[in-house]
Design a protein around this ligand. Structure first.
Ligand code: SAM
Length: 209
């Protein structure tokens, strides 16, 4: 099964089967908190899936802000739009695109988004360095960028290795990709956190001016 088909098939059940509450929510909460969003901010959510980040993003940017969710899977985006329409979030827009293809223009033609977030998404993209370069270009100089992604646990967390391996295989994620290292390499003011013996990794940094 190819990766787009994986999410086409599982889109409706994704929120239930993704391990969100017990395991993965912590990472997204930490990553989004690190963005320092305020009312009126614009934020790009790369590989947004069903929009699990959107409640947190919408709360932070308020009605005057904007949230653009980009994903290549129409089925996942349909779920994200359903969530936005159910909640009455007119500030959420979705774009169907491959994040490795090119930078995403802001809705108002400004120099870039105030922030970009990619949760559990870059490690699915074989050309994640290209997607990262696009993400850096999409955020304005001085804007914040968060990468939340998966690795195999280390230390005492190794007890969880088979579970972590299974979770990565199920989602199509490459646990050796380590895309957060690009935040450490290319950004300033980087903050780092991790959970579950390093299975969930969070890095947030500022795009240099
Ligand atoms: C594991 S899900 C994570 C979704 C969401 N970010 C979350 O935190 O729940 C990965 C998502 O990345 C999307 N994706 C994978 N490769 C992509 C690419 N090259 N361009 C855009 N989206 C992609 C998939 O369609 C899927 O919706």
């Amino acid at each position: 099964m190819t990766r787009p088909e994986r999410y086409t098939v599982s889109a409706r059940a994704y929120d239930l089967i993704s391990g969100e509450r017990p395991v993965y929510r912590r990472g997204r909460v930490a990553g989004i908190a690190g963005l320092g969003l305020t009312p009126g901010c614009s934020v790009l959510d790369l590989g947004c899936g069903t929009g699990l980040n959107h409640p947190l993003l919408v709360r932070a940017v308020g009605p005057s802000g904007s949230v653009v969710g980009l994903d290549r899977s129409p089925a996942m985006l349909a779920q994200a739009r359903r969530r936005a329409s159910r909640e009455g979030w007119s500030q959420v827009r979705t774009v169907q695109a491959d994040m490795a293809d090119g930078p995403v223009p802001t809705a108002d033609g400004s120099t870039g988004f105030d922030a970009v977030v990619a949760t559990y998404a870059l490690s699915l993209v074989p050309e994640w360095e290209r997607a990262w370069a696009n993400a850096l270009q999409a955020v304005r100089p001085g804007g914040r960028i968060a990468v939340v992604d998966l690795a195999l646990p280390t230390g005492r967390g190794r007890l969880l290795t088979s579970l972590a391996r299974a979770a990565c295989a199920l989602g199509g994620s490459d646990p050796q990709a380590h895309p957060w290292t690009a935040v450490e390499r290319d950004c300033t003011d980087v903050t780092a956190s991790s959970w579950w013996g390093g299975h969930v990794q969070v890095r947030v940094g500022t795009r240099p001016a």
